[in-house]
Design a binder for this molecule. Structure first.
Ligand SMILES: [Zn+2]
Length: 293
């Protein structure tokens, strides 16, 4: 039951490397945090999609798939993940509800990928790439963004913090470093202050999220700006997004990062923040987990 992750980036200070960290966000606020989780409702689309699933199964060569007689559900997810599990002797395939009115061919592609994944067969690459192309269409990202922001309790969408206004910071950075041409992503704060992850960008939803630990009078403006700038660079350089962390910060990304006017002071601030705040907090949390065992 592996879910397919989207392309994303995470920034936070890392021990040892003393550089901003970007990794696949394993614990991001995404699925299972739906704020107003609507009940699953049957739609005309669901019946049509089940017919598509039946076709995908009948065209497949696996007897096991046919024996499992898969059922389809559209599930209110805050991600593009799919899930499979057995209900009795039938295999339940759950797709994100934002695919409920997707084009039949794309729904078929995603179902074929989900089944291949479930039975540990090789994923049909052309189906996966067609599905991804659909998912990255502007109107699909816009709809996914609305759902993400509406359902996710772990982000706050009011851009104005107590000290910093994310919209204002974005406008300044866009004018100075992107010639005012970078389309504005959704900007949000995490609901809880995260010390280990200061910011991340989720391409599937075109959203930049920063930790509110950056929203205070003791945080210099250049420090929060540099972290927002880093995440905006990922949006501007989509080839730096992916599941392979080594691709997140190629040399051209680091070169662009150094164009930030106060890059060195900002890096020094992040390193110091890590040493004095994030690392001790992480150690305390680890000690706490140890005691509970
Ligand atoms: Zn990064």
């Amino acid at each position: 039951m592996r879910a397919q992750a989207g392309r994303s980036s995470v920034t936070g200070p890392a021990p040892g490397t003393r550089t901003a960290r970007c990794a696949r966000p394993e614990s991001l606020p995404d699925e299972d945090s739906a704020a107003s989780r609507p009940r699953l409702t049957a739609t005309a689309n669901a019946a049509a999609a089940q017919a598509i699933l039946d076709t995908v199964v009948s065209e497949g060569r696996s007897d096991r798939t046919k024996r499992d007689r898969p059922l389809l559900q559209f599930h209110p997810m805050v991600s593009f993940h799919y899930r499979t599990r057995y209900v009795g002797d039938r295999l339940l395939v759950q797709l994100p509800d934002l695919m409920a009115d997707g084009p039949p061919q794309v729904v078929a592609d995603l179902l074929a990928v989900a089944l291949a994944d479930h039975y540990r067969r090789k994923e049909p690459a052309d189906r996966w790439s067609r599905y991804l192309a659909y998912r990255h269409r502007r109107e699909v990202v816009a709809r996914a963004q609305l759902l993400y922001l509406a359902r996710n309790r772990q982000v706050r969408t009011e851009v104005r913090g107590s000290t910093y206004d994310l919209g204002e910071l974005f406008d300044g950075l866009n004018a100075l470093y992107f010639r005012g041409e970078l389309p504005r992503p959704a900007l949000a704060w995490t609901a809880r202050p995260s010390r280990g992850t200061l910011g991340f960008y989720l391409e599937d939803f075109d959203v930049v999220v920063l930790s509110p630990v950056l929203d205070g009078p003791t945080v210099p403006r250049y420090a929060i700006e540099s972290i927002l700038y880093h995440e905006l660079l990922h949006k501007a350089m989509p080839h730096t997004l992916g599941l392979h962390t080594e691709r997140h910060h190629p040399p051209e990304f680091r070169a662009a990062e150094r164009r930030f006017l106060l890059h060195e002071p900002a890096k020094a601030w992040t390193d110091a923040f890590w040493r004095t705040t994030a690392a001790p907090a992480a150690e305390a949390a680890a000690r706490g987990r140890g005691r509970r065992r």
